[in-house]
Structure formats: C-alpha cells, structure tokens
Write a protein that binds this ligand. Sequence first.
Ligand SMILES: Cc1ncc(COP(=O)(O)O)c(C=O)c1O
Length: 397
Amino acid sequence: MTDFAATKARFHLPEGVIYLDGNSLGPLPHGAMERARRTIESEWGEMLIRAWNLAGWMDQPRRVGERIAPLIGAEPGTVATGDTLSIKMYQALAAALSMRPDRRIVLSDDGNFPTDLYMAKGLIESLDRGHVLKAVAPEAVEDAIDESVAALMLTHVDYGSGRMHDMARLTEKAHRAGALAIWDLAHSAGAVTVDLAGCEADFAAGCTYKYLNGGPGAPAFIYVRPGLIDEVRPALSGWLGHEAPFDFALGYAPAKGIARMRVGTPPVVQMSILEAALEIWDGIDMGQVRARSIELTELFIREVEARCPALRLASPRDPAMRGSQVSFRFEHGYAAMQALIAQGVIGDFRAPDRMRFGFAPLYIDEGDVRRAVDVLARVLADRAWDRPEYSRREAVT
Ligand SMILES: Cc1ncc(COP(=O)(O)O)c(C=O)c1O
C-alpha cells in the first residue's frame, strides 16, 4: 500500500495552510529545491556549456518523459517533454490533420479549456484548407463522431467541473469512424488512472505543474502512439527534433521516434525540478492514488452538502465520472474563495461562479478535508466573504 503520510512529508506545505489547489499548481517538493540548487551551482556554475553532455541536459526531455509514461499508461519511448501544453496540443492536432487530408472536422466540446480551442482555430486559419472546429456539448460528443471527423480533440477531465470523458469508449468510436483521437491530460496526469496504450489513444499531451508538481512554468509532455510516430511530420520542425541537430544540415529530417516532437532548447532548470518532483512517484500505484482521491472527494462533497447549504455541486456526483477536483457554485464564489484563502484554505475560482477544490492524495489527507470544510462552513455562516476587498478581482483567479 502507498504510504501517503510518507509522500506528504516529501512536500513543503506552508504552516497553517490547507492546499486544495494542486490542480492548478502543485506544491514544492523538498527534493526539487535541492535539485535546482545542484543544477544551477554544480552544473551550470561549474560545468558551464559542458553540462549539456556531462550532466545529461540534452537527454533530459527523454528521461523525464520516461518517468511520466507509466503514470499515463504509455509505452516506454513514447513521451517527450518540453514547451507548453498549448504548443503540444498544436503539434498533435497539426500532425493528426495532416494524416487525414481528406477530412475537415476537428471535433471538441464546448467545456474544453479555451487554449485548446484557440490553438485549434489558429492552426485552422494558418492551414486555410477549410477545416472547421466543431465544439458540441460534452454529452453530445459521442453522437457527433462520424466519418467527416479528422480529429477528436478533447480534454479528458474538465478543468471547471471535473467531469471526465470515457477515453476508451470515445477513442474507439473515433477509430471506428476513421478519425484520430487527441487527449489533453492536464487534469488527468497524476490525478486519475489513464491507460493511453490500452485505449489506443493516438496523441495525448499534458502539463506537469499541476498534479505532477513540476513548479510554475514546468514543461509540458506529448505522447504519440508508437504505431503512428513514424508517420508524423512535425509542424514545428525545430532543430532539436532533427535526426542529427549537430550536423547543422540545411534540410530538416525528423528524428526517429518521439524525439521528433522536440522543438528547441529545453528549460533545463525547470526540467531538473520536474525530474526531482517525479521521483516522488517512484513505486506509487496510480490505482491506489485514484482510490484515495475518490475517498477524499466523496468526503468533501458529503461534508460540504451537509454543512454549507448555499453551495450547489457543479461536479458529477458519480465518482467514476469525476476527476480529482470538485467544484461548487455560489453566487459570491469569488469573494468566498478570497475569504477562504485569507483563512488558510487555498482553492481557486473559475468564472462565472465556481469555487474549485483539488484533492491530491500525495499530500492531502482526511484531516485536511475535514478542517477545510470547518473553515468553509464558518466563512459562509459568518458572511466573512462580504467585504469589499474580497470582491476585487486579481489577474489570476
Ligand atoms: C485543460 C488545460 N489545457 C491546457 C492548459 C494550458 O496549458 P499551458 O498554459 O501550459 O499551455 C491548461 C491550463 O491550466 C488546462 O487546464
């Protein structure tokens, strides 16, 4: 069994804070601090340029990908890290559209995280070949998959509500219609069990600053199904995705395998932090993390509904349909979240009225959940949120 008390001890959690926002930015792992110092002082400081070889910087995007692969059910050698999730989604979609040249529909849902839709629209405009982005209601996705669809592009776990799509079922339906399936795993990696290989997903991408605790601005990852990768013509054909970057050839030739999804120079310090953060996952079974996450979200929903009648559940009630986060609607949700944060319980807010709470079993336990609800119930009962400073919108909500 996973020792969750031991994993919790591996994080720096500020005194007096209950952190329910690891679905936005995971907390600092102790090992990450140490590793960043080593990268900066001993590698950059002492080795200088030689560190690309001596400290293995050049191979880091592959090494880190190998650590992420088992957490998302990916085969070895199928995950590369780098860039941002927006860029990785662009790469995946560009590759998928070039593999289905006779089809014009990109199918998504209207609850998707906006950047995925923005990137798709930007790509469609650049291609200028008459593609159409069709974003239907999440429940209508399955019925909308037909033979006009080139790519099904979905976020597995909805950022706002935590609603989870059935990856296996939708991927299979996409394949039966001859379409490719692309999954955004931002709220899935490290949060729920994902079986990319078992589902035969074609492409997937995710970020590492949420449940994987890679720190602010941590690089993204991309997965391509092994049977497909040699067909991929990278749209972002940067030099580090070239088969021999240091030949400095004028013509582009893609690297073998997933390395062709690399673009340019990786963020080495940030990658090192991520690499250290991923060590916490060694030997951890995602099935046990998922079971624990369900216990925590169920407890939270039960307690909030019993003690905070003003809040309305905005997440699926069935845990099988829900990721590792829970949202509640409240008319004064923004102000209430600010009041809650002022009292040491950190969640976040998603427009128009959702208070969002993430549960990461690696460092959140039942006692945290109970204490968080105590504070929330008090904030609501005392109308502690009803102060002008709590209604002033910050840039990041
Ligand atoms: C589902 C989803 N996709 C994409 C993104 C954006 O990723 P990035 O800013 O790393 O490009 C986010 C950010 O939170 C997200 O939640």
